[in-house]
Write a protein that binds this ligand. Structure first.
Ligand code: NDP
Ligand code: ZN
Length: 181
């Protein structure tokens, strides 16, 4: 995949970026500076495309779109219509069931991690790497030390259940986890 996305895939990638930026436009991250939300999906594609060399159209589009169903009014059908059924299915795989209480969702993510498809594993790992880096460098405002540590430990429980992921990506996770506060 060293030759890059072809024209149509690159165009889809840019459409996914524009779609995510529009859907998340009024949202902010939880850090003290309330950074623009879109920085987070961009961090995922940077981890995958720049740091790991992942160059697969569906994976990179799903990374950009990974929080749209969970955190905006986007439906799976909307994603399927715009980007195809495979991208919509990947985003659904990494979407928590918001009908469940938060503590239950955290447990479900650990259980579910063992059953992710290969491309969803890449998105899930990049999400955890990006969030650990954020908790280390620009954590949610007012999270005490114990909560930051708890987040690291939970993220590791999720990642430990993921099977057969690329070693480069697991190494990036280990290095992010190595900065546990
Ligand atoms: P989370 O612990 O889920 O918040 C972290 C999530 O917020 C990340 O996964 C990320 O999700 C998103 N996020 C946004 N901005 C940042 C940032 N700057 N750094 C890191 N992550 C960011 O918060 P909840 O309120 O949903 O937590 C609920 C759970 O937390 C409870 O089930 C409980 O277990 C635990 N808890 C612990 C407490 C404690 O003091 N120890 C107190 C209260 C709750 P995404 O990638 O999806 O955007
Ligand atoms: Zn995310």
């Amino acid at each position: 995949m060293k030759d890059g996305l072809d024209g149509a895939a690159f165009s889809d990638f840019v459409r996914a970026l524009a779609f995510a930026s529009r859907k998340h436009s009024l949202q902010r991250r939880k850090d003290a500076e309330a950074s623009p939300y879109i920085n987070h999906p961009i961090a995922l594609v940077s981890i995958l495309a720049v740091e790991t060399g992942v160059n697969d159209r569906d994976t990179l589009c799903a990374a950009l779109l990974h929080d749209t169903i969970e955190d905006t009014d986007t439906s799976a059908k909307e994603l399927a219509d715009a980007f195809g059924a495979s991208v919509a299915a990947l985003v659904e795989e990494v979407t928590d069931d918001k009908g469940l209480p938060k503590a239950e969702r955290k447990i479900r993510q650990v259980e579910h991690a063992a059953h992710l498809s290969p491309k969803a594993r890449l998105v899930k790992l990049a999400d955890k790497i990006a969030n650990l880096r954020d908790v280390a460098d620009s954590p949610p405002a007012e999270w005490p030390l114990a909560r930051r540590q708890e987040y690291f430990d939970w993220a590791k429980q999720v990642v430990d259940r993921i099977k057969d992921a690329p070693p480069e990506l697991l190494a990036l996770f280990d290095s992010a986890y190595g900065r546990r506060p």
